[in-house]
Design a protein around this ligand. Structure first.
Ligand code: MN
Length: 225
C-alpha cells in the first residue's frame, strides 16, 4: 500500500504569502415603483441559495424560492401590487425587477460560461430548459396547462413572468415541457430548469475569467450574431 503523502506545513509569519483577493461578488439591487406595483429586488449571483421572498402571491413566492435554491442566487424580493385587480401586474413586474437585478449584477458579463441547460423530472413531468446569457432577449415557451389556476394564480401568468424575466435579464430562453400531467409539477419544473440552466450559464469559467465569451468581444443586444 502506498504511504499517505504528508503535506508540508503552511508557511508562518513573515514568509506567509498574502491571501489571494476574493473576486468581487456580483450583487445588484433594483427598486421599481409604478402606480401598479412597488418592488425591491436584490440578488447575489455568487450566493448560496438563500431567499427572502414576499410578493403577496403565495404560489409565486414558492416558485421564486425554487429559483433561488436551485440557482444558488441569493434573492431578496418584496412586492406590493394591485392584487385587488388581479395578479397580472405583480407577476410581470417581479419578473422585470428580478431580471433587471440579474442583468445589472452580471455587468459586462465578463468570464461567464454563457450557455446553460437543464433537464428536470418531477414525478410524471419532464421539462427541458436551454439558455444563452448573452444579452439577446428571446423566449420560446412550449408549456401547456390543463387548469386555469394554481392556488389563486392564473396559470397563463407564468408565461408573462418568464417573458419579462428573459427580456430584462438578457437571456435567450427556451422552455419546453416534454410531457407532464400535474400542473403544479409542470410550472415548478420550469422554474427549477431555469434555475439550473442559469446557474451553469452565469458561472465564471476559471480558464476564461477575464474574457467575454463571444468572438465579437462583447455581449450586447446591439450586435447581431
Ligand atoms: Mn411545489
Amino acid at each position: 500500500m502506498a504511504k499517505a503523502v504528508k503535506s508540508a506545513p503552511a508557511p508562518r509569519g513573515r514568509t506567509a504569502a498574502p491571501a489571494a483577493a476574493a473576486p468581487p461578488r456580483r450583487v445588484a439591487e433594483i427598486r421599481r415603483n409604478t402606480k401598479e406595483t412597488r418592488i425591491s429586488a436584490r440578488v447575489d449571483l455568487d450566493g448560496t441559495g438563500r431567499y427572502d421572498v414576499r410578493t403577496g402571491i403565495g404560489f409565486l413566492d414558492h416558485m421564486i424560492e425554487q429559483l433561488s435554491r436551485h440557482s444558488l442566487i441569493d434573492i431578496a424580493l418584496r412586492a406590493e401590487g394591485d392584487l385587488h385587480i388581479d395578479y397580472h401586474h405583480t407577476t410581470e413586474d417581479t419578473g422585470i425587477a428580478l431580471g433587471q437585478a440579474v442583468s445589472r449584477a452580471l455587468g459586462e458579463r465578463v468570464g461567464i460560461v454563457r450557455y446553460g441547460d437543464a433537464l428536470i423530472p418531477m414525478d410524471e413531468t419532464l421539462t427541458r430548459v436551454a439558455l444563452d446569457a448573452s444579452n439577446r432577449p428571446y423566449l420560446i415557451w412550449r408549456v401547456n396547462f390543463t387548469r386555469p389556476k394554481l392556488g389563486e394564480m392564473d396559470t397563463e401568468l407564468f408565461k408573462e413572468w418568464f417573458k419579462a424575466f428573459s427580456q430584462e435579464a438578457g437571456l435567450t430562453l427556451h422552455v419546453e415541457t416534454v410531457y407532464g400531467e400535474n400542473n403544479h409539477h409542470i410550472v415548478e419544473s420550469c422554474y427549477k430548469g431555469l434555475a439550473r440552466a442559469l446557474k451553469g450559464a452565469i458561472a465564471i469559467d476559471p480558464r476564461k475569467a477575464d474574457a467575454v465569451p463571444s468572438t465579437k468581444g462583447v455581449l450586447g443586444g446591439t450586435l447581431k450574431a
